[in-house]
Design a protein around this ligand. Structure first.
Ligand code: UN1
Length: 487
């Protein structure tokens, strides 16, 4: 069994702790490899290496940093198949989605490589003569990246690529369910020619490795994707560091009485059961007009019962396993909660026997807006159906949660669509498409408890990892006092 290492200052080494943990394939329960149980000393060494590398890396012209990313983009494309299979083996999503995960990283890497030749600030006139005003973007310093397991290549790339093109150096802690995907991604950056110490990777528990990253004063910014509870802790402990948080979701699909029901059905199946419901953007609520509810539920039942649950590497599998045993227990606990609350189980609600962490796609109907299954993030293949009578009611239901990440409406009526776009409280709204499937060159993130107002991806991803400097150049040769010498 291969024992993987951590990367500090360009060297793959063992942790100071002398301990390891295992990563397990959730479909087969086979151990994929052993990984270092990093500790605070490892993180401190990683931070020192990143600090040392900062001067050199931040002084590289940004287009040259972009060139390293462009090389990484080519290598990711070369290795797409291998990495896609690794994603599926390590966290379970079906192979087309595993490949999609890698493609998202490829896209982000290409996009951020191009940013090396932009990193735009702006210029603006001065209120005084012979004076020039502009803003420029500068790196933050050493940044700490803490990534989740559900997009084990894509989300690390969302964080790494903008951080790097902006000239930061990095201490990276991946989720303990998917350390190998992270290691392979970082190896690609090494192969692309990233200088030593620019990215340092420490595997290990959040309570130790994450804690040191978040609290160490030498780290200038944290980018964290994970649960709401941990996000709140991160924000508190990070004190005055710049913090970017992408937390949970309880995303809904509104289906109005004029919707194309076949299209909406595809959207519900994809949003609810794609990635086995393990996306922050998963559609865990269906908010449906009562006129078409029964018809739609019949259609949904017929399609759900024939979904093939199994190992994501097998060709005909449509729904892979959950990530680990704890996740199965959590989803099952919510099935019981739903039943206790009086919701009606239309389909599923059971663990699948045998090896692997499988759970049936599960649909609850007769769900009230304030039930826990309609409010809390389950992060599994559980869809709650809530009946509504009007667009206003649908929007109220949509907004009745603490989260605000993604949302969707199916309607043929442009007035309804625009009303929903205006009134739904979420960072993303889709019209006649499901709640999942964001693109890397647009900002991604949410409102309310989904985060702290930051966005990843797009130009806002650059803002997350850079500082704005405002520059005034006075070429008048005399003292000009702003707000005073205005004649
Ligand atoms: C997530 O679940 O944290 O839009 C990210 C989507 C993907 C990313 C999801 N591109 O569903």
């Amino acid at each position: 069994m291969e024992v993987h290492k951590i990367l500090i200052d360009g060297k793959w080494i063992k942790s100071d702790s002398g301990e390891t943990f295992e990563s397990v394939n959730p479909a087969t329960e086979e151990v994929i490899g052993k990984f270092q149980q990093g500790n605070g000393e490892d993180v401190k060494a990683a931070i020192d290496a990143a600090e040392d590398a900062f001067e050199k890396w931040s002084s590289y012209p940004a287009p040259r940093r972009g060139e390293v990313l462009f090389k990484a983009y080519q290598l990711l494309k070369r290795d797409k198949e291998r990495l896609g299979k690794l994603v599926t083996s390590e966290m379970g999503k079906v192979l087309p989605e595993g490949l999609g995960d890698v493609q998202e990283a490829i896209d982000m890497t290409a996009y951020m490589a191009g940013e090396g030749r932009r990193l735009f600030g702006h210029t603006t006139p001065s209120e005084l003569p012979d004076k020039f005003c502009m803003t420029i973007r500068q790196p933050l310093g050493v940044v700490g990246l803490i990534s989740p397991w559900n997009f084990p290549v894509a989300i690390p790339a969302w964080k790494l690529m903008p951080a790097l093109v902006c000239g930061n150096t990095v201490v990276f802690k991946p989720a303990s369910d998917t350390p190998l995907c992270a290691i392979e991604l970082v190896k690609i950056l090494e192969e692309a020619g990233l200088p030593k110490g620019v990215v340092n990777l420490v595997t290990g528990p959040g309570s130790i490795v994450g804690e040191e990253i978040v609290t160490n004063p030498k780290i200038r910014a944290i980018s964290f994707t994970g649960s709401r509870e941990v996000g709140i802790e991160v924000r508190k402990k990070a004190e005055l560091k710049k913090v970017g948080l992408e937390l949970g979701g309880k995303n809904g699909i509104i289906i109005m009485d004029d919707a194309d029901l076949d299209l909406a059905l595809d959207g519900v199946l994809w949003g609810g059961f794609g990635t086995t419901g393990q996306r922050c953007t998963a559609a865990s609520r269906v908010i449906i007009h009562k006129k078409i509810k029964n018809k739609f539920l019949d259609m949904l039942f017929e399609r759900t019962k024939i979904l093939k649950v199994g190992d994501g590497l097998k060709k005909d599998t449509e729904v892979g396993p959950l990530v680990n045993k704890k996740a199965v227990e959590k989803v099952d606990k919510y099935t019981q909660i739903g039943l206790d609350e009086g919701a009606k189980l239309l389909y599923g609600g059971r663990k699948v026997g045998g090896k692997g962490f499988f759970y049936q796609p599960t649909i609850f109907t007769n769900v009230d807006v304030d039930m826990r299954i309609a409010q809390e993030e389950i992060f599994g293949p559980t869809v709650s159906v809530i009946e509504i009578d009007s667009l206003d009611e649908a929007i109220n239901v949509m907004n009745s949660i603490n989260y605000g990440l993604s949302s969707s409406i199916y309607t043929q009526d442009v007035n309804r669509a625009f009303k929903a776009i205006e009134k739904i409280e979420s960072g993303l709204t889709y019209v006649n498409a499901s709640t999942i499937g964001s693109e890397v060159h647009l900002p991604f993130g949410g409102v309310k408890d989904t985060g702290n107002g930051t966005r990843e991806g797009g130009i806002e991803g650059i803002h997350e990892f850079s500082e704005t400097k405002t520059v005034y150049v006075d070429y008048s040769g005399v003292l000009q006092r702003a707000q005073i010498d205005i004649e």
